[in-house]
Design a protein around this ligand. Structure first.
Ligand code: HEC
Length: 148
């Protein structure tokens, strides 16, 4: 059987649709997690500060989300420590479709930056010296002052 031009065109469209990435799909295999031990303050926070805090920090909280304080970031359920490949955070920063990706403006994070975030999650997502910790210390200090 010979396909008419219309048939051929719609056939081509179906093939295109099948080949298109599903919403939320990543651009390909995930960049590997960085092999060395990573530290939140030294390696991770600078990436978040540069690419995320303008919209998810002290001044603005798009989608109600803050990534600069540990309790808020953990409450958002963006990852399970130890499982970076399944995490929402990594899926968002590696999304193939710019409409799904974070940050929504500007270039996507580099493979190296994604590798650092992955390693941090896989190594337990420790928040060594972040605002979250200062914040709880401050609350503790306030309570101690109140007792006196
Ligand atoms: C220019 C502003 C802007 C920047 C920068 C930005 N975001 Fe967002 N983010 C948004 C907006 C707007 C939304 C809510 C709308 C949406 O979901 O697209 C959002 C939503 C989110 C959500 C919740 C939505 C979901 O699907 O779970 C997460 C998580 C997130 N951003 C993570 C990040 C991370 C991580 C970075 C840095 C790598 C980042 N964002 C950088 C504007 C920004």
């Amino acid at each position: 059987m010979r396909l008419g031009p219309t048939m051929r065109r719609s056939f081509g469209l179906v093939v295109l649709m099948l080949a298109a990435p599903a919403p939320g799909a990543t651009a390909g295999p995930l960049p590997p997690a960085t092999a060395r031990p990573v530290d939140f303050a030294r390696d991770v926070q600078p990436i978040l500060a540069r690419h995320c805090y303008t919209c998810h920090g002290e001044k603005k909280q798009k989608a109600g989300l803050r990534l600069d304080r540990r309790p808020d970031a953990l409450l958002a359920k963006l990852f399970t420590p130890g499982k970076s490949a399944d995490s929402r955070l990594i899926r968002l920063v590696t999304a193939a479709d710019p409409d799904d990706r974070m940050p929504p403006d500007g270039p996507a994070l580099s493979g190296e930056q994604v590798g650092v975030l992955r390693a941090w999650i896989d190594q337990g997502a420790r928040w060594s010296s972040a605002d979250g910790d200062h914040w709880s210390l401050r609350r503790l200090a306030a309570r101690l002052c109140a007792i006196r």
